[in-house]
Design a protein around this ligand. Structure first.
Ligand code: FES
Ligand SMILES: [Fe+2]
Length: 353
């Protein structure tokens, strides 16, 4: 039976204290998608990213499968560190990505090897024990060629965290067999939860995304929340030449990860909060090798359109959330079960009520 549920309060979408609490209780406590293994293919290739306000650096360490098989299976030879020099806290990598043989701090020149060990501290030679001043490690795990990091040293394994997503992925082509195409970045003037509320429901499809709505066989769509992995799954069927259509699966995974599986392509989207009123979205696209370049461009253009439509409505909603009149609204357990589920995840992580 359908029921109505009160939505989270409007001030949670712009309040600085709530934002700080979320960084601490949500983004520091989960796995965050960072990049894919091909972006870190050569020893010394690195990327930097900010998780909950803290810069981290992930690097291809040069450790290969034979050195430590068990570790390699988990992290593919990719190491993660806080991007933080142990001398006086400068970042050791300033660029977003690049290639290096060792980390050299730009402030006073302390150097660290690709395993994070301090190897030189000019002028400090006999005064400190270098082994106590290595870069501080960050958890890194790889699944389906996708690289995740977490600031929580005690977090469950990535596969456990993904839960039933691992089973769902087995019905679709693996990322390893696809061509990586590109990554797109968008800035959105909406709180990350506002954009997530939208991503977690299909109720707005007909009004906000008429083209996307037309591309689906609606009678085949099933939306369900999954406790094993804390995500909402949209089991969809795309219209194609065949009568039965082609399968697709969209996922919104708490706290800010979207995954789209289909037989022709794969994309993953990450929502990173920038501040209490805005977020950065990044999408990575892969295609099956037989998909031609015109179809690839068309798929990405279509994805851009859907994203523009979502950002447009979320930015309008954000203004009204901040307007000082609206406090809470209602969610339908029949039409918006995913948004209810998402907001429950937020409430329980913040433990505010
Ligand atoms: S802060 Fe890195 S060498 Fe001084
Ligand atoms: Fe949407």
């Amino acid at each position: 039976m359908s029921s109505l549920v009160e939505s989270i309060p409007a001030n949670w979408y712009f309040d600085a204290e709530i934002y700080a609490l979320e960084q601490d209780k949500i983004f520091r406590k989960n796995w965050i998608f960072i990049t894919h293994v091909d972006a870190l293919a050569i020893a010394g290739e690195y990327v930097t990213e900010t998780i909950a306000g803290q810069s981290v650096v992930l690097v291809r360490s040069g450790v290969n499968a034979c050195d430590n098989e068990a570790d390699f299976r988990i992290n593919n030879g990719i190491k993660g560190f806080l991007n933080l020099c142990r001398h006086r806290a400068s970042p050791v990598c300033v660029a977003q990505q690049g290639e290096l043989q060792r980390f050299t701090c730009p402030y006073h020149g302390w150097t660290y090897d690709l395993q994070g060990s301090l190897i030189q501290a000019p002028g400090f030679e006999n005064q400190l024990d270098k082994k106590n001043y290595g870069l501080m490690p960050v958890r890194v795990e790889v699944w389906n060629n996708l690289v995740f990091a977490s600031l929580d040293p005690d977090i469950i394994s990535l596969e456990k965290w993904l839960g039933d997503i691992v089973t769902i992925a087995a019905d679709f082509p693996s990322v390893a067999g696809m061509d990586f195409d590109s990554v797109r970045t968008n800035k959105c003037g909406a709180n990350w939860k506002n954009y997530s509320d939208n991503s977690a429901e299909g109720y707005h499809l007909g009004s906000v995304h008429p083209r996307l709505n037309r591309s689906l066989i609606k009678s085949h769509t099933r939306i369900q929340s999954y406790q094993n992995g804390n995500f909402i799954g949209f089991n969809v069927t795309y219209k194609d030449q065949s009568e039965q259509g082609s399968p697709g699966f969209w996922i919104y995974k708490f706290p800010g990860l979207l995954i789209h599986f289909s037989m022709n392509d794969f994309n993953i989207e990450r929502i990173i909060p920038v501040d209490e009123k805005s977020a950065r979205m990044q999408r990575w696209f892969w295609f099956n090798p037989e998909i031609d370049s015109a179809s690839r461009r068309e798929t990405i253009e279509f994805s851009n359109q859907v994203m523009e439509e979502d950002m447009g409505i979320c930015q309008l909603v954000q203004k009204n959330l901040q307007g000082g009149v609206y406090n809470t609204g209602v969610l339908s357990s029949e039409r918006e079960p995913g948004t209810i589920f998402f907001q429950q995840c937020v409430r329980s992580a913040l433990a505010l009520d």
